[in-house]
Design a protein around this ligand. Structure first.
Ligand SMILES: C[S@@+](CC[C@H](N)C(=O)[O-])C[C@H]1O[C@@H](n2cnc3c(N)ncnc32)[C@H](O)[C@@H]1O
Length: 328
């Protein structure tokens, strides 16, 4: 096999186009990668909905069970620990799980505003349309943008105590080090007494985990390829998806489940007129991590970032945990 050395030319860097900038940065790295936050355009949102319906993708069912069956206990814990608060959800998606908690809090007569944050404008638009119909009386203020930028906005709109929801094992989309930094940074936007409810996918049989990211119907595959299609469409690129294979891996030692797209041949991909990148045959493009945790590791993460674990909610199989942390 002849490996062509990576050749990069980049004459143009439009400062305003962060998508372009991030893609070029990722494709220029020694280990090529794409930032997974760009998975979620309208097509990516729709594919993620389908992933959540896949029987192999147990995460949604597990966390849904927690929210469906234990929202009363979660609501009581939030009220006991926080008193009066507003609710901010990081990466709200379609809120199909959190809606159970939102309803429970309304039923309990809690006076709160719900601030869903999401990088997908499509998601925020849908929530603003659908949630008030499902939950009459809900005060909702959608925030479209990046987690921290929008959290800053939320802090401008409310000075009340905050309960943050970070569900769907979104935290797993960071490496352990990045998750530690993320939680530490998150803590800086919060006050002592604020709460954070985070969904962690727990370590379990490796095959169960691997299957979740390699479903038999090929939806996770399509979800990964959708990002290449998005780059083609929005950045005038020429990725040929038939020349890549979807390759998920899981390391039970570290708990890291990683997805790659592997180049099937030596090839050159162009992004617009000014950027070209070589892929060698069998070179892997790193797409995403889904980190799995033990309960001890979630506690260590909390302590590192300035939180105290106060409660945990599990599904019946104990495959998933929603962990409630209090800012100290
Ligand atoms: C895996 S989905 C989970 C959705 C939902 N929380 C659930 O549990 O079903 C991740 C969501 O986070 C959003 N997201 C990803 N990265 C983000 C970022 N950096 N800032 C804001 N939202 C982000 C995505 O648009 C997507 O809706």
């Amino acid at each position: 096999m002849t490996v062509i050395p990576t050749m990069l030319t980049c004459k143009r860097k439009p400062a305003t186009d962060t998508f372009y900038h991030d893609v070029i940065k990722g494709l220029s790295a020694p280990q090529k990668y794409l930032d997974p936050k760009y998975f979620y355009d309208a097509a990516g949102d729709a594919l993620f909905q389908q992933i959540m319906q896949c029987h192999e993708y147990y995460l949604t069912g597990c966390e849904m069970e927690i929210l469906r069956t234990q929202s009363a206990q979660i609501a009581t814990a939030l009220q006991n620990y926080a008193g009066e608060f507003d609710l901010v959800e990081l990466g709200a998606g379609d809120a199909t799980k959190s809606v159970h908690l939102l309803r429970q809090l309304l039923d309990n007569g809690v006076d709160y505003t719900y601030f869903p944050i999401d990088i997908s404008g499509n998601v925020i638009q849908n929530l603003e349309t659908s949630l008030p119909e499902k939950l009459p009386g809900l005060r909702l203020h959608g925030l479209h943008g990046e987690y921290f930028h929008m959290l800053q906005q939320a802090n401008r709109y409310t000075s009340r105590k905050k309960v943050l929801l970070f569900m769907g094992a979104n935290i797993g989309n960071f490496s352990v080090t990045a998750a530690s930094n993320f939680c530490q940074q998150l803590r800086q936007y919060l006050q002592p007494g604020d709460l954070l409810l985070t969904g962690f996918d727990l370590k379990k049989h490796p095959q169960v985990i691997l299957n979740a990211y390699n479903d038999s119907t090929g939806i996770t595959r399509a979800f990964n390829f959708n990002l290449l299609h998005r780059i083609n469409r929005e950045l005038q690129a020429d990725f040929d998806t038939t020349k890549f294979d979807h390759f998920p891996t899981y390391d039970p030692g570290t708990g890291a489940c990683k997805s790659y797209l592997v180049s099937l041949e030596d090839q050159v991909v162009h992004i617009g007129d000014d950027f070209a990148v070589n892929f060698a045959e069998n070179e892997a493009l790193y797409m995403e991590i889904s980190q799995k945790y033990s309960l001890e590791e979630t506690d260590q993460l909390a302590a590192f970032a300035g939180f105290k674990p106060v409660a945990r909610f599990f599904d019946r199989k104990h495959w998933f945990a929603d962990c409630l942390w209090k800012c100290i």
